[in-house]
Write a protein that binds this ligand. Structure first.
Ligand code: GDP
Ligand code: IMO
Ligand code: MG
Length: 430
């Protein structure tokens, strides 16, 4: 029986939340292993919408253990707010259901402020981040000066850690013309939030190891998407963590053998929020139509998502960089009614045909998509719950995607609702 890791195979917002929620019925534990509250995962269950950013999507189902792994950067205030919001929707969130890694790094207000400042500065390097402080928090983690969850439990040891962090940040802030942060006020803030966060603190690697030995099923929930990966994405227009499947092991404290089946979540077209290259982007009426029908507005920031045709080159590459075993194809219903549909099968770079995303930023910006045109379908796929309900042309489109990306469809999603999902091959039984 395999554990399953769910990762976004494009630029995020592929429908990971919906699929994780659907799969979580079969899982005992759902683990977030990277990112933070830059993620926005939407679940619709019997008409009720739940929006999750930091909490694993399994929390909504009840009776599952939800784990925030060490690879996640945790804004303690955002965590408490999200817990309260879900409780107000009737979801049970207690330390029995939720475990937070003691070695996860914290996002502090100074990270959020720095993220926002950089994004608003007219420096020509705008990434279009979510301004949640994700990048600056990971910088401090790698710079070995982060405050971690465990530090909240040791108030006497905090002052020198805060001093060290502020020596770096205040030097930076002076240079940027920002007011310095007082150690006392940061210490007060940490000591105030500590009692709210510490009940959830856990030696997560150990808990997961025990669970694994007992044969419990683990579902790893990725955030963002492979093209936003710090190494494999469209650098520098990426997030600050590894979003590919390999991170599931590192970001939770389990070995790579714990990751079994890799399920890539793939939208039937392409979207992207924020800046950066997007070869198959549509700037015309069709792009606007896809965005409107697909309700392509960000869960976290409300920004309109850029839309374009399906880019098979990108997903084929993700199948390799994440070791994808099979995919969940989502939002097929949004393509209902198009007379023809285009799929990007390659790029022309300075007149030469290529079949991969080059690493060079300037080359990525010069890519011209090469399209194949496929017939659309006049029938509806919306809400379909069995393969037999799909129009023949829709099936052809799905089969062509499988062929182009080199991975089979395991699940097909036809609406935001939990149960509007077609099972082709159960990832847990693969
Ligand atoms: P995530 O970040 O990958 O979890 O995706 P988001 O939740 O940010 O964005 C996906 C959006 O599409 C959400 O509003 C989902 O409710 C919705 N969604 C997911 N699957 C489908 C589908 O098959 N069809 C339609 N129409 N909407 C879907
Ligand atoms: P989910 O999990 C889509 C994008 C931002 C920006 C870049 C860097 O819902 O799929 P960051 O705040 O992480 O430093 O921003 O990454 N981004 C996402 N885009 N879905 C997400 O998450 C994203 N999380 C970050 O728009 O371009
Ligand atoms: Mg999202």
């Amino acid at each position: 029986m395999a554990n399953v890791v769910v990762v976004g195979a494009q630029w995020g917002d592929e429908g990971k939340g919906k699929i994780v929620d659907w799969l979580s019925e079969q899982a005992d534990i759902v683990v977030r292993f990277q990112g933070g509250h830059n993620a926005g995962h939407t679940l619709v269950i019997d008409g009720v919408t739940y929006k999750l950013s930091l909490l694993p999507s399994g929390i909504v189902r009840g009776g599952k253990l939800s784990v925030i792994g060490n690879g996640v950067v945790v804004d303690p205030h955002a965590l408490c707010d999200e817990i309260e919001r879900l409780r107000s929707q009737g979801v049970k969130v207690t330390p029995a259901e939720l475990k937070l890694a003691d070695n996860a790094a914290l996002i502090l207000p100074l990270h959020r402020e720095l993220d926002g400042f950089r994004e608003n500065a007219n420096s020509g390097t705008k990434i279009g981040t979510t301004k949640r402080g994700i990048g600056p928090a990971y910088e401090d983690k790698v710079g070995r000066r982060a405050i971690r969850v465990r530090d909240l439990a040791e108030p006497d040891a905090l002052p020198p850690k805060v001093e060290r962090l502020l020596a770096h940040h205040n030097a930076l802030r002076r240079g940027l013309g920002l007011a310095e942060v007082e150690a006392d006020s940061l210490l007060r803030l940490l000591n105030e939030i500590a009692p709210k966060v510490l009940p959830f603190m856990d030696r997560v690697w150990d808990t997961l190891d025990h669970a694994r030995r007992e044969g419990r099923r683990i579902l790893f929930e990725g955030a963002q998407g492979a093209l936003l990966d710090i190494d494999h994405g469209t650098y520098p227009y990426v997030t600050s963590s590894n979003t590919v499947a390999g991170q599931a092991a590192t970001g939770s404290g389990l070995g790579p053998g714990a990751v079994g089946y890799v399920l890539g979540i793939v939208k039937a077209y392409t979207t992207r929020v924020g800046e950066g290259p997007f070869p198959s982007e549509l700037h015309d009426e069709t792009g606007r139509q896809i965005g409107e029908r697909g309700r392509e507005f960000g869960t976290v920031t409300g920004r309109a998502r850029r839309c374009g045709w399906f880019d098979a080159v990108l997903v084929r590459q993700t199948v390799k960089t994440s070791g994808i075993s099979g995919i969940a194809l989502t939002k097929l219903d949004i393509l209902d009614g198009f007379e023809t549909i285009k799929v990007c099968t390659g790029y022309r770079l300075d007149g030469v045909l290529i079949d991969y995303l080059p690493a060079s930023e300037s080359a990525q910006k010069r890519l011209e998509p090469v399209y194949e045109t496929i017939s659309g379908w006049s029938g509806s796929t919306a809400g379909a719950r069995s393969w037999a309900d799909l129009p023949a042309e829709a099936i052809k489109y799905v089969r062509r995607i499988e062929e182009l990306i080199g991975a089979p469809v395991a699940l097909l999603s036809t609406s935001p609702e939990r149960d509007d999902t077609i099972l082709v091959k159960n990832p847990f039984e693969a």
